[in-house]
Design a protein around this ligand. Structure first.
Ligand code: UT7
Length: 334
């Protein structure tokens, strides 16, 4: 029997990063025209000052293409070289076909594998883990990983528990081969017993077949998610570091999902980070963009010079499911 050839020793890395931030800046005051809240409350409780909303005619596919194009440029990789496209999203509003196939076509790729990952706000780190393992196994050479969301169309403008927090955007990286390990092992998991903490109010079939039912929206039990994130995600972050064999004093940056700046602060404190470790706070100007938040936050750090390509960073994403994923990485080129 012939042995199946392996690609032992092959490692993976993020080559380049690109993002798409919608043009339209939406202030807290504009959000408060529809909900009973205030700029002060929103800033104090979430850290958000502004967020971006896509235009109604934009969508996850278009935003993914825009971010993907920039990631290709930053990586020095052509669209033809991409053999796998993964889109992490929970706001691609067609169940069929998957966003990734359209994104791949829009970028001018040559028939790559293309699929979506739906893991809520944890989606980008899930997709990055899959991409890294595909490259290490030799299944893929270059994987385009995209996190993209258009939450402005799935949150109820009159719901004060979700409208101020969620927003739109997209971020993408190209994952390719490396001699050194630049994407550490993923630590991931879920707690389905809390699946009702972030939900769609009704499923599409129920909506279509029940007369008078309001269209589906996203609803969140903010306190339940906050408690879970604050208690469990500190432990998960430590497990990510342990899996990579990295100590906190070796970390240049901590880039958690931009859920709420208070959660970020609690996690940073529980990890006992060094003073020199940069903690991403892109939520102030971007809001919570779910699966897009980590690549967008990564871009903000690189663009402003708070971190640089090659720096060691801890990524940790968490949300609907409830589910989470994280890995230690070397930051890519912008
Ligand atoms: O990204 C996916 C994962 N998601 C998250 O990680 C989000 C986690 N949760 C959160 O970030 C927070 O729970 C929120 C920012 C969503 C809410 O902050 P909170 O501090 O947990 O607020 P709360 O729900 O405990 O409400 C506190 C008070 C309540 O009033 P009383 O009962 O104390 O009088 C609410 O009725 O604030 C009231 N409230 C508001 N007031 C003004 C709730 N929403 C608002 C609002 N404006 N928008």
């Amino acid at each position: 029997m012939g042995a199946i050839s392996t690609t032992q020793g092959r490692q993976s890395k993020m080559l380049g990063l690109g993002v798409y931030r919608p043009e339209r800046v939406v202030t807290n005051d504009e959000i408060c025209e529809f909900i009973d809240s205030s700029d002060e409350w929103i800033q104090t409780r979430s850290g958000i000052k502004n967020r971006r909303f896509a235009e109604p005619e934009e969508n996850v596919v278009q935003m993914s293409i825009a971010a993907g194009r920039k990631a290709l440029e930053a990586s020095g990789i052509s669209a033809e070289q991409i053999d796998t496209v993964i889109v992490a999203t929970s706001t691609h509003l067609e169940l069929t076909p998957q966003a990734a196939a359209k994104v791949a076509h829009g970028l001018g790729t040559k028939g790559p594998a293309a699929f979506d990952i739906c893991a809520g706000c944890a989606g980008f780190c899930y997709a990055l883990a899959v991409a890294s393992d595909l490259v290490k196994a030799g299944t893929s050479q270059y994987v385009l990983v995209i996190g993209a969301e258009q939450l402005s169309v799935t949150t109820d403008p009159y719901d004060r528990t979700t409208r101020f927090i969620f927003a739109d955007g997209a971020g993408a990286v190209v994952v390719g081969q490396s001699d050194e390990t630049e994407i550490g092992p993923a630590v991931w998991g879920s707690d389905g017993s809390q699946s009702d903490a972030i939900v769609q109010t009704t499923d599409w079939y129920e909506y279509i077949t029940t007369e008078g039912l309001e269209r589906p929206w996203i609803r969140m039990n903010g306190i339940s998610v906050f408690r879970w994130a604050a208690f469990e995600m500190g432990k998960a972050a430590q497990r990510v570091l342990d899996a990579a064999g990295i100590k906190t004093d070796e970390l240049h940056a901590f880039i958690p999902h931009q859920a709420n700046s208070r959660i970020t602060e609690l996690l940073a404190r529980s990890l006992n980070l060094d003073e020199g470790t940069t903690v991403a706070n892109d939520i102030a100007e971007t809001g919570n963009t779910s699966a897009a938040s980590i690549p967008l936050a990564m871009e903000e750090l690189l663009r402003t010079g708070k971190a640089k390509a090659g720096d060691t960073a801890l990524l940790l994403a968490f949300g609907a499911g409830l589910s989470y994923a994280g890995q230690v990485v070397k930051l890519p080129t912008l």
